[in-house]
Design a protein around this ligand. Structure first.
Ligand code: BES
Ligand code: ZN
Ligand code: ZN
Length: 471
């Protein structure tokens, strides 16, 4: 499906069907109100109604906000793809709504059928947004950027949705190399030998029982005169069985998504490089598989991390933080950044705290958290801050090592995980660092907003928005 922005002069106006948006209020003034009433349509949010004889698809919104437009467009595109219409258009006079429409069509209409023997077919070939105002040039820029960000989000979804047989640490590294070639990025991959040389024993321990070699992926986007330098770190657990602290069967299903942080940082560097932002971006991914076996690391082990800090392992299912501890340490030695953000499906506790739609944000800089909150509220993603405190920090003390990989109390698990990572962030970087727990927001088994079954691409839209704003 192709999506384009036209202005009234260049649109030939011929289309199979047009989408129109109505609220309960504007429905009262609609010339189609009789027909819509007969169809039982009240224009409530996310409801749609075809008026086939008028070549119209009417979409309900509670209010004419970007959030409502994105959501109802997602419902509309799914229905539209099942019809025999080949082309659709929409008249728009507010360019601020262009990103929401693009996200609704591209992300709401996203499907993943790699493992289906019969691929989904659709007659719909073209969607045209027709912009009715004069500042078409500005609108085109908004549209082009929105398509880049939506495509990068879909790219992230594709990787998250790939099964662990096809997407394991070595194939993750291959995929990163391919992206580097296509987008002109530098790419450095460290295998287990190099990781051992780097003394990344925490990361290596997690991957030891896997038949796949662990990989550290480092991609760089370097424009000529960058205004800022950003380090992005992603948890790339291509499968999390829990290790010897094995997950129960039902919790293990969906754990292919434990690489979503790594997939998100790939999507982010893809988006930033295609937006040609004047920001140097470093994406680091710890790609590891957490399995069981005679060689597996175990509860009671003490690991000497790259930083020199020793970690008492009390649960091998709290593995993401071990990988990130080493990758964060490596990243801080490799790059002097203005911002350091990590993304991880780190804790079930984050979903308990915030629900499954919201990304948990942790860090020491209130100002930076505020900026992220502003960016996310216009990006269509949900984020909320989870505050650190000194009492929770005590819960990850160890009797025998410098720190323990789990808390000694059952509450505040998302924050204690964040505080564990904090122990590996150097003093000079404390205010530059934020941790994003995407355990809930990265994957869904039922559609919501513009998300469909599987990976959501969480992080890509709000970080792109944030970085677009910093220069
Ligand atoms: N990958 C999981 C966290 C997770 C759970 C992500 C559910 C998405 C959905 C992580 O490695 C993990 O297992 N965390 C444990 C930590 C615990 C052992 C302290 C958890 O959340 O139960
Ligand atoms: Zn785990
Ligand atoms: Zn995990």
């Amino acid at each position: 499906m192709n999506i384009q922005l036209l202005n009234q002069n260049i649109s030939d106006a011929s289309t199979d069907i047009s989408l129109v948006y109505l609220s309960t209020e504007s429905l009262k003034k609609s010339k189609n109100k009789k027909a819509l009433k007969m169809a039982g349509f009240t224009a409530s949010g996310d409801s749609i109604c075809f008026l086939h004889d008028k070549n119209l698809l009417v979409c309900g919104v509670d209010e004419f906000s970007a959030d409502d437009i994105r959501s109802t467009t997602s419902v509309a595109i799914k229905a539209l793809k099942k019809t025999n219409y080949k082309s659709a258009n929409i008249l728009i006079d507010d360019k601020a709504l262009i990103p929401a429409l693009v996200e609704g069509f591209v992300l709401g209409g996203y499907t993943y059928d790699r493992y289906k023997s019969t691929k989904t077919k659709t007659s719909l070939k073209n969607v045209s947004l027709i912009y009715t105002k004069d500042d078409y040039k500005q609108a085109i820029k908004i549209f082009t950027d929105a398509v880049i960000i939506a495509d990068a989000t879909a790219f992230t979804r594709d990787i998250v949705n790939t099964i662990p047989e096809d997407l394991n640490p070595p194939t993750f590294a291959d995929l990163a190399k391919k992206l580097a070639q296509e987008n002109n990025l530098d790419c450095k991959i460290l295998g287990e030998k190099e990781l051992a040389k780097e003394k990344m024993n925490a990361m290596l321990a997690v991957g030891r029982a896997s038949r796949h070699d662990s990989k550290l992926i480092h991609l760089t986007y370097k424009p000529k005169n960058p205004k800022k330098v950003v380090t992005l770190v992603g948890k790339g657990l291509t499968y999390d069985s829990g290790g010897l602290s094995l997950k129960p069967g039902t919790s293990m299903v969906t754990m292919k998504m434990d690489k979503a942080g790594g997939c998100a940082v790939l999507g982010m560097i893809k988006a930033i490089s295609e937006l040609k932002l004047n920001i140097e971006v470093h994406a680091f991914i710890g790609a590891v598989e957490n399995m069981i076996g005679g060689d597996a690391y175990k509860p009671d082990d003490v690991l000497v991390s790259r930083s020199g800090k020793t970690i008492e392992v009390r649960n091998t299912d709290a593995e993401g933080r071990l990988v990130l501890a080493d990758v964060l340490d490596y990243a801080q030695d490799s790059v002097k950044a203005d911002y350091m953000f990590d993304f991880a499906t780190l804790t079930g506790a984050c979903m308990v705290a915030l629900g499954q739609y919201t990304t948990g944000v942790m860090g020491h800089s209130s100002a930076l958290k505020h900026e992220i909150s502003k960016a996310s509220s216009t990006s269509g993603e949900l984020t909320a801050s989870l505050p650190f405190n000194k009492h929770l920090k005590k819960q990850i003390k160890s009797e025998i090592a410098d720190i323990c990989n789990i808390s000694n109390k059952p509450y505040g698990g998302a924050i204690t995980a964040g505080l564990f990572l904090d122990a590996f962030v150097r003093e000079e970087n404390k205010k530059k660092w934020l941790h994003f727990d995407i355990a809930g927001s990265a994957y869904t088994e039922s559609p919501w907003d513009c998300n469909v079954y599987g990976g959501t691409g969480a992080g890509v839209r709000f970080i792109s928005k944030f970085l677009q704003g910093v220069i």
